[in-house]
Structure formats: structure tokens, C-alpha cells
Design a binder for this molecule. Sequence first.
Ligand code: ZN
Length: 492
Amino acid sequence: MRKRTVRFRHFGVRWLATAALVLCIPALSGHAERQATLLEKAKFHERRPAIVQRTDAEQLQRLIAQNLIIDSVRGETLEAYVNDEEFQWIGDQGWKIEWVPDEELPHWKPRKVAPGGLSTPLTFYPTYEQLTNDLQILAASYPNLCRLESIGKSVENRDLWFLKITDNPDLEEAEPEFKYISTMHGDEPVGTVMTLNLIHILLGNYATDQRIRNLVDETEIWIMPLMNPDGYSDEEGPSRFNFHGVDLNRNFPDPVTSPTNTIAGRAPETQAVMTFGFHHSSVFSANLHTGALVMNYPFDYKTSPSPDDDVFVHVSHKYADLNPPMAANTDPSRGFVNGIVRGVLWFMVHGGMQDWNYLWLGCNEITIELSDFIKAPDESTLLGFWDDNRESMLAYMEQVHIGVRGLVTDADSGDPLAATVQVVGRDHNVFTDPDVGDYHRMLVPGTYDLEFSSEGYEAKTISGVEVQEASPTILDATLDKVPPPISMWRLR
Ligand code: ZN
């Protein structure tokens, strides 16, 4: 009855290899520090899935406080990734815990099928090499619509591919930036296939499909089909973790557990995505997972709703309502109602990518779970998944245009400004793209007051701004420089 959704990994071989390496190091270099790091890594690799019987709310709090990697909470059980010590600790608390038996876990691997480019929609999970090859072919075939960028390297030196799709791909335009990132958990491959399918229709149908042309013309779209290529490609079978055993969706800055918004000490895959975020002006995004079927919106890290709860509910429904199995997914044991949930009502997560995007980048991000219980559904079901998600993925992207947008410029020179835009009464900032000065503040229909500020300029509030559903409200703002102090005038 319980479907186990993760592949048991045989850590023994790698552990032995690591241990052998550790034993060699003192003789070679005598670096005690390096030795400790490798031992830690070996320990990380021992984490494997286990089922814990739930008791009460306090139990979950205590598990989260121990920084245990909880993957899912459902009914009478929760799934966690634990090492031997953590397994022992949980048992010592008097809670029932058991390993997920190997035979209950799915066994799959990405595979290479056709040589050359991929034909979509895909009916298999492609290898990283095939995905790379396909993206390179597309970039060469559609030079007017896309650019392929590697934003960094994984631990095992694989390129982290991000495909930019827009008209005029080398120009900075006053367009909102949207991004999809899939499979930061390497054993959750459905989103990799969905994003590849999406890339193919955005590029391939641009010439003939007016809706897709509008979307591509008016939006700077970024799609990363595979954030964790090492986990996905692991020879022992796809793994949730990166090569160092890091859960990338617990590795981002978090107001409680890791409040410094710097890349220091984080996994290279996390660093690459953070650095990308710092250099871009993402407005709206989603990261794709499997193991549940739901739109999981902020916050994950604390119990109170975000200042933009109405926006998140609105855009979550735009996706879920077009995906019939998702829309039908109401599960009180997980807090799901018609396919959406405020993350923390399911279970609390610290260090997730979603909350980091919202809190630090001003970007509205949602975690989309595409497949209930089964992380890597049989390849024969992939066409059905595409049927369920194609319209949702397009409609969700189009939501980047709701609300108010415009340019913030210097009143004298007309130069674009690096400015902060805040809706009065909402403790949340969005930022202009300083190259062009454009901002995009997603809002549901209503009347709002907007405050614009920029260092060295007088802040300005514009009141009574109307937002309607059909199209964004255009609202430009010009800011005046703060006059220099009187004494400065006298000196001149
Ligand atoms: Zn996941």
C-alpha cells in the first residue's frame, strides 16, 4: 500500500572509496581539515529513506529542529532521509521508525534513446548528455529566440544549463523575467521532461502560434531543466542529493537557520543559482518536483502567511485549475485543498529555494509538485503528464504580467534607476532592473498605493492605482535627487 518513492542507494562502495581516500590523505598531505570534510561527506551519503510513525505536532517540530531531512508528511507517517545516528536518535525518542525496504523502491535510470536532437513530447527520461546535446542543437537552430548559458558547474563538473528564450535575446528590454527550474532533487525527473517539452513548443511553435509568440515577445523566459545533474546521473541510480550529499532544497539562505544572503559555504549548484539570481531581476518563477501533486506556495519556513498570500493563491489556481488531477487533489492530512497548499501547512521547511526567492530577490516563487507519491513514474505515463501540465505551464508563465509595471527614472536625466517598489501596507519589496529601470509588481485586481525609492532620491508615493485582471496597469515614476545640504550650496 505504501508506495516508496525513492531509490535505495548502495553507499557501501562509495563509502569504502572515500574511506580509502581519507586514509591516504594524512600520508600525502597531513591536512586534518580535509580529512574531516571527507568524513562528513561519507556520513552524508549514508542518508537513506525511512518511514516514521507520526504521533503529535510536537514530534514534527522536534524533528525539524534536529534539521532532519523530511521529504513528505502524509496521514499517519512521514518520510525522512536519515543516517544511522539519526535513525537511532528517532528510535530513542520512542517513535517507531523503519527503513524503506529496497524492493519497495522504484528502479529507473535516465537513458539515451535517439541520437541527435530530441523529438518531443518525450516518452523517456533522457540522460544528461542527451539533454545537453538537445539544448545545444536548439540554441543553434533558433539563434533569434534563445541563448544557452552554463551558469556554473556541478560538483562532478557538469554544466548547469539555463536556456533564455525571448525575442531579441541579446537586448535588455522592459520585459518581466520568468524562470522555471526543475529537478534540484535528482530523483524527481518529471519536471525535466516537462520543461524540455515546453522549450520545444516555445521555440518550435513561435512562428505559428500567436499565444506563444505573445508570451515569448513580451517576457524574458529562463528555463533550467536540470539543476542537480549529478544526482540525476548517479551511476548507482538517481539520488535526491548532490554529489556531496547536500539536499539543495535545504541549502538556501533562511531567516531562521541561515540568515546571511551569501553563497559562502553552500553547494556549487546552490551558489550558481544564487549568483544568477543576484545578477537578474526575476519577477516570477517555479521549481518543479515530484512526490506530491500540489502547488506549494510561500511560506515554508514560518507559520504566518506571506504579505502576498492573495497573489500566491491566485497564481496557484491558474496552474492547478488547468491540471485536472491536481485540481482534484484535496487531502486534509497534507493540508491540500483543490491542488494548492501554503507550504508550512503541509510541513515546515528551512533553506528552501522558494522562500529565498521571495524574501531576498522579491521574486514570487512556487514549488510545483507534479506527481503524487511516485517520484519517477513509468515512462509510459509521460505523455499523460504532458497533457495535464502543458496548458498549466503556459498559463502560469502568463501570470508574470498581472499587476502594475513601469519604468523608474531620474526626473532630470531620464536615466533608469535601481529602485525599490513597495505596495503600501505590504511588507515586501520588488526591485527595478537597473539596466532599463523597469519593475513588475504582481498584484490581483484592486486599488493600491505604491511607494518608489532609490538611494540619493526623494521617495515618492503614488496613490489609488487600479489593477484589473485583463492587462497590467502601466505606471512610470520619476524621482528627484535629494538636494545637497545647505552648506554645500554655500561652498559652491
Ligand atoms: Zn523535491
